[in-house]
Design a binder for this molecule. Structure first.
Ligand SMILES: *Cc1c(COP(=O)(O)O)cnc(C)c1O
Length: 382
């Protein structure tokens, strides 16, 4: 099956009892047994629930994996991966990360004896240099949030595995989605999503996902999910599955609109710099072009006026772009990383990485592009 068919049919079967084309919302915690231990594959919904199973099979299909897991949030999915490690283990990750991932690494897991190295992912040697006998995991985000840096998944996976094949490579694929890139095909072991974003696609749920293609790894993750309990509920699983069925057409429009907005901003007299991997002046354009099928709907830009006030004026005056956290929904959103999504990163770290007061991040939705450009034009001229 091609990707555009997999989003609709991948891992799906009609419901057995009635033939329902969409899986019912199995709003149940438990399942009747005919004799102790004799059941139809479902015992208790922390372990498995049929609506969640349908979603998990879909997730596995669209990421070209074999096992999918749906969690109560993106962060609980990351938490599950980190619980594979033990005190003394080390993780190598990027220096431009989603704020919540950074907060989890430094504020929660460092306390339990894990060590994190934050490196610039532009050079593969920055990663291999940090590998030692305690290294267990390389955590990639590409494109990164909010500066849209691109890491070369294939080059990094190959270099890490050549060094030590037991080191796991995980990719946060939230920004790209499997429409744009499929990290398991590029050598990664684990794909992670904040399904809250493009997978769900309608800003109506909070959910996380993991997909793998190795049976042992799947068993280890399922054990942690079952033992720790951060599962997605049946209603949210239904909504996410419904979202996936239009992922390919939504992403096509997100990419078209994202590119048009990036080009508009790139030519605007009040804009200093635009961060979009599809622009030729993006420092990682060459890798982006080979690794990604298209460039997505996330665009960040910096105003020439460096004051916080200038950025706030733009953000207070957009009418179609809603000032809000989150991303990946059908509607366009604007965000001020310094005060909103990335407030948990210490100022010194933030400035070092270019997250300054005049930086604005857009999640470009699938509205009519002329309305979106007109909205930014008027907000930039206030
Ligand atoms: C939102 C986000 C997360 C966290 O996911 P939640 O669903 O909010 O817990 C992780 N990574 C990226 C890139 C995100 O955008």
């Amino acid at each position: 099956m091609k990707f555009n068919t997999k989003t609709i049919h991948g891992g799906q079967e009609h419901e057995k009892a009635t033939g329902a084309v969409m899986p019912p919302i199995f709003q149940t915690s438990t399942y009747a047994q005919s004799s102790p231990g004799v059941h139809k594959g479902y015992e208790y919904s922390r372990g498995a629930n049929p609506t969640r199973t349908a979603l998990e099979n879909s997730l596995a299909a669209i990421e070209n994996g074999t096992h999918g897991f749906a969690f109560s949030s993106g962060l609980s999915a990351i938490d599950c991966v980190l619980r594979l490690l033990k005190p003394g283990d080390e993780v190598i990750t990027g220096d431009d990360l989603y704020g919540g991932s950074y907060r989890m690494f430094t504020k929660l897991f460092e306390k339990y004896g894990l060590k994190f190295h934050f490196v610039n992912m532009d050079l593969v040697t920055n990663i291999t240099q940090k590998i030692n006998k305690n290294t267990k995991l390389v955590w990639l985000e590409t494109p990164t949030n909010p500066l849209m840096k691109i890491a070369d998944i294939q080059a990094i996976s190959t270099a890490v595995k050549n060094n030590n094949s037991s080191i796991l490579v995980a990719v946060d694929n939230t920004f790209a989605t499997p429409y744009i890139q499929q990290p398991l095909d590029l050598g990664a072991d684990i794909v992670m999503h904040s399904a809250t974003k493009y997978i769900g696609g309608h800003s109506d749920l909070v959910m996380g996902a993991l997909v793998v293609k190795d049976k042992k790894l799947a068993e280890a993750l399922h054990f942690i999910q079952f033992a720790a309990g951060a599962i997605a509920g049946p209603m949210d699983s239904f909504l996410a599955l419904r979202g996936i069925k239009t992922l390919h057409i939504r992403m096509q429009r997100h990419c078209e609109n994202g590119k048009a907005i990036a080009e508009f901003l790139n030519n605007h007299s009040k804009v200093d710099q635009v961060y979009y991997p599809g622009l030729k002046n993006h420092p990682n354009y060459a890798i982006a072009k080979t690794q990604m099928k298209d460039f997505g709907g996330m665009v960040s830009f910096r105003l020439k006026d460096k004051s916080k006030k200038a950025a706030f004026t733009v953000l207070e005056n957009t009418k179609i772009f809603t000032l809000a956290e989150s991303l990946g929904g059908v509607e366009s959103l604007a965000n001020h990383p310094v005060t909103m999504t990335h407030a948990s990163i210490p100022e010194k770290e933030r400035l070092k990485n270019g997250i300054t007061d005049s930086l604005i991040r857009l999640s470009v939705g699938i509205e009519d592009i002329t309305d979106l450009i007109a909205d930014l034009e008027q907000a930039l001229s206030v």
